[in-house]
Structures are given as structure tokens and as C-alpha cells.
Design a protein around this ligand. Structure first.
Ligand code: FE2
Length: 193
């Protein structure tokens, strides 16, 4: 992996998709049946696993993200959530399928800062933040004060890394269980420690 990305651990990518494309994703979400809240910290949210527009973006952007991080990645899954008033996102790290993650802002009626490692970032529709999901704690600053906030997430693993077995999220899909994050091996592979 590129040393610059390993050192910074997080990269803001302005206009990762165009604002128009982000608006199309929001339109699709508004017309798609979504599941009720998947997480008690965001009781008013709704979500969808592998939305169609998301699968398209995830595959389309794969080679670009390979180039940014300097390593061959393969998709695991994508996800979209609509947060609503009072929902939160406490500081956390992600499961094995989220070795390299992107959060992409689609729309919102209020500012909601995204905290990641040593940064708090303001996102416009179409902007993405790329980060190492196991090693970088991430969160939102405070509860959401607006009405609706549309966010989309994409996750990848390295084809030659210690979590490669979960490509296409197949452990979860086939057996309903998640592989444990091997942080020791990951640190050894990425940072040589
Ligand atoms: Fe996360």
C-alpha cells in the first residue's frame, strides 16, 4: 500500500461522484424499500444492503481506489443509510469486510461533521472519505439536528491481505457469520510491525 496513504490513514476525495449523480442515488433511495434501523444508536434511520446504484459505483470505482491506495482491492459490500433527527454515530471501527472503506455523502439538510482519525470533515454531496476501516476510529460529531441525511458506504479488502476470504462478503452471505478482524496480522502486513 502507498506509504502516503498509510501515514495519513484517511483521504478526503472531493467530487468522488458528481452532485448530480448523488442526487440520482437519493432519488433511487426514496423509491426503494428500505429496512428499519439496523443500529440502536440511530433508531430513526433506515438502511439498505447492496443497493443497485451502490453496486454500480463500487465496481466502477474499483480501479480508481486501487490506484489511490496502491494495492489491488476487491469489493465486499456496500450499504446506504438515511439518518434522521436525533440519530448518532459513535466512535467505532468496522468488521473484517471493511478493510478499506469509503463513506460518500449524498444529501442532507444540515451540516453533520464526519470525524475520522485526527480530522473532522465537512462533506458536500458527492464527496467521499477513504479510510482504513479497522484501524481508523470514525464517528459523527453529535446527534443529527436536521431532518434527513443520506449516506452511502463502500467496503473492500486487499486481494492478497489477511482478510481476503471475505471478498463479496461471502462469509456473511453464506454462513451468516463474520470473520474476526486480525489486527495483529494487518499491522504486520501494512506497517511491518
Ligand atoms: Fe463504520
Amino acid at each position: 500500500m502507498k506509504q502516503e496513504f498509510l501515514d495519513k490513514k484517511v483521504a478526503l476525495i472531493k467530487n468522488f461522484i458528481s452532485p448530480e449523480h448523488a442526487a440520482e442515488c437519493v432519488h433511487e433511495l426514496r423509491h426503494t424499500r428500505m429496512s428499519p434501523s439496523d443500529w440502536d444508536v440511530a433508531p430513526n434511520a433506515s438502511s439498505i444492503y447492496n443497493p443497485t446504484f451502490g453496486l454500480e459505483i463500487m465496481c466502477d470505482k474499483n480501479s480508481l481506489i486501487n490506484e489511490i491506495v496502491g494495492e489491488y482491492l476487491v469489493p465486499t459490500y456496500c450499504f446506504s443509510r438515511i439518518y434522521r433527527t436525533g440519530d448518532t454515530l459513535p466512535k467505532h471501527e468496522d468488521r473484517a469486510a471493511c478493510e478499506v472503506s469509503l463513506t460518500i455523502h449524498l444529501d442532507g439538510d444540515e451540516e453533520w461533521l464526519f470525524g475520522c482519525f485526527d480530522k473532522q470533515l465537512s462533506l458536500n454531496p458527492g464527496d467521499a472519505v477513504l479510510y482504513l476501516g479497522h484501524l481508523v476510529p470514525h464517528y459523527r460529531v453529535g446527534p443529527y439536528r436536521g431532518k434527513e441525511y443520506f449516506q452511502f458506504f463502500m467496503h473492500y479488502v486487499r486481494t492478497r491481505g489477511c482478510h481476503k476470504k471475505v471478498y463479496f462478503d461471502k462469509e456473511k452471505r453464506l454462513w451468516g457469520s463474520d470473520m474476526a478482524v486480525n489486527e495483529k496480522k494487518l499491522m504486520e502486513e501494512l506497517y511491518g510491525i
